[in-house]
Design a protein around this ligand. Structure first.
Ligand SMILES: Cc1cc2nc3c(=O)[nH]c(=O)nc-3n(C[C@H](O)[C@H](O)[C@H](O)COP(=O)(O)O)c2cc1C
Length: 428
């Protein structure tokens, strides 16, 4: 791409090592110093609301509203946790941000903690991200040396520490209530919402602000440049840029920062360089495996929360997975059904029993042992279990098979009719 004007989080790295000098030269930590000076949480919250920043962790919830709920909670004891769990297949933008540009996250965490008046602050970091952790610790050391973090920050009398918490390393542990459970030494199992929203009932039963790495990384830039700057790109309801993790059948997989609302075609063809080896797009997961796939006729869809929801799918945390036309969709469905079965935390019976049944049935079809009754059974079970869990894992598992059968019924039928998979075996 030639035009990098929209880049806010991923500045070109050449000559810009993202140490504290480079970050401060670009106005880094100015927003934090202003927050300290002015001590006006309502003004910070109002700026985030005017920027219409929406959470980048999956649900697209309005960030300013969440901060307001925690800040105005009647309980004086509050907590802050940055969610850097990132265990979904096809999503790798948070570890990229922490590894290559940790200071904007640290500044975002400081502002968030201070604004909501957190008693303690944490970054829940996937324990597998060793490089990201090393860079984050180094950056925290630099921030401490400059007096931005720690005791009596810049002589203000404010003390603020951020603790890195070793994350559990399971998909469900990234769900905010499960994450908070695991941080209190309990199994990483989601709690039922309502009533257990972290903004009311989080760490130690107290109001807790939970935000994603990317959401927090946007905050210092918005406060420094103003909400009008942020809303210059992207649609009115979800402005700004988003980091797209692009993987699967593309020539150039990677993390791309683009204005929300950019077409999927632009992402795949211009950024990703199209599908390798002369193959074509067969399907795309625009929001990771938990949201419905779309076919090649929908590549002009706009990649933002509302457009994808309207199209019957979702943006999630923008983990875009491209599938080429040489792929067996039954095998692809089996792979992801196995993921959902493995990652079910075992708490909700419809989830752990349903994901197991679905995996077994799809496996039977892929191995050429399935019948038309098995296909009916897949539709029946997925219909029963959808929406029945304390988190959305079970819904993701059921949407996957329903959607795959709807888009690629002929491939499932061919496995049943031929008693074998018509595609070449998967490469070992
Ligand atoms: C199964 C599951 C896994 C999730 N994993 C993550 C994760 O790894 N990182 C994340 O930020 N949010 C994850 N979420 C979303 C969080 O529950 C929560 O909405 C988010 O951290 C809030 O931050 P945001 O408002 O800044 O997006 C997950 C949700 C579900 C249902």
């Amino acid at each position: 791409m030639t035009n990098n004007n929209h880049l806010r989080l991923l500045q070109p790295l050449e000559g810009n090592p993202w140490n504290i000098e480079a970050y401060c030269q670009k106005g880094g930590y100015e927003a934090w110093q202003r927050c300290l000076r002015e001590n006006n949480p309502d003004s910070v919250i109002s700026t985030l609301k005017r920027a219409s920043l929406r959470g980048r962790g999956g649900a697209g919830f309005p960030t300013g509203l969440k901060w307001e709920k925690v800040f105005h909670h009647r309980s004086a004891e509050r907590y802050f946790v940055c969610n850097a769990g990132e265990h979904e297949p096809g999503t790798f933008k948070d570890r990229h941000l922490i590894t290559h540009s940790p200071h904007q996250l640290i500044e975002g965490c400081l502002i968030a903690s201070f604004t909501v008046g957190a008693k303690e602050s944490f970054i829940y970091l996937n324990a597998e991200f060793t490089e990201a952790r090393a860079n984050l610790e180094k950056a925290m050391g630099e921030a401490r040396e400059r007096g931005f973090l720690g005791k009596n920050i810049l002589g203000s009398g404010v003390n603020l520490e951020i603790e890195i918490y070793d994350g559990h390393g399971s998909y469900v542990a990234g769900e905010e209530t499960a994450m908070l459970e695991s941080m209190q030494g309990r199994p990483a199992q989601p709690k039922q919402k309502p009533p257990f929203y972290p903004t009311d009932f989080g760490l130690h039963g107290k109001p807790t602000l939970v935000n994603n790495v990317e959401t927090l990384s946007h905050v210092p830039h918005i406060l420094r440049n103003g909400p009008e700057w942020f809303t210059q790109v992207g649609p009115e309801q979800s402005p700004g840029t988003m980091l797209f993790s692009l993987s699967g059948a593309v020539n150039r997989p990677g993390v791309y920062e683009l204005p929300l609302g950019t077409s999927l075609r632009h992402l795949i063809e211009e950024c990703g360089g199209g599908v390798p080896n002369g193959k074509k797009v067969k399907a795309v997961f625009p929001g990771g495996p938990s949201f419905a796939m779309i076919g090649p006729d929908q590549l002009d869809l706009h990649m933002d929360f509302d457009s994808l929801k309207k199209a019957g799918t979702g943006l999630g945390s923008a983990g875009v997975i491209v599938v080429d036309d040489a792929t067996c969709m039954v095998r692809q469905t089996l792979k992801l059904s196995s993921f959902f079965r493995e990652e079910s935390c075992g708490q909700c019976p419809p989830c752990y029993i349903g994901t197991e049944n679905l995996e077994e049935l799809v496996k039977k079809i892929e191995e050429g042992q399935g019948t038309q009754q098995d296909l009916d059974r897949i539709m029946q079970i997925s219909g029963y279990i959808k929406g029945t869990g304390f988190c959305t894992l079970v819904t993701g598992a059921s949407v996957l098979v329903q959607n795959s059968l709807r888009l690629f019924r002929s491939e499932f039928d061919a496995h049943v009719a031929n008693h074998a998979c018509p595609f070449a075996p998967a490469p070992v």
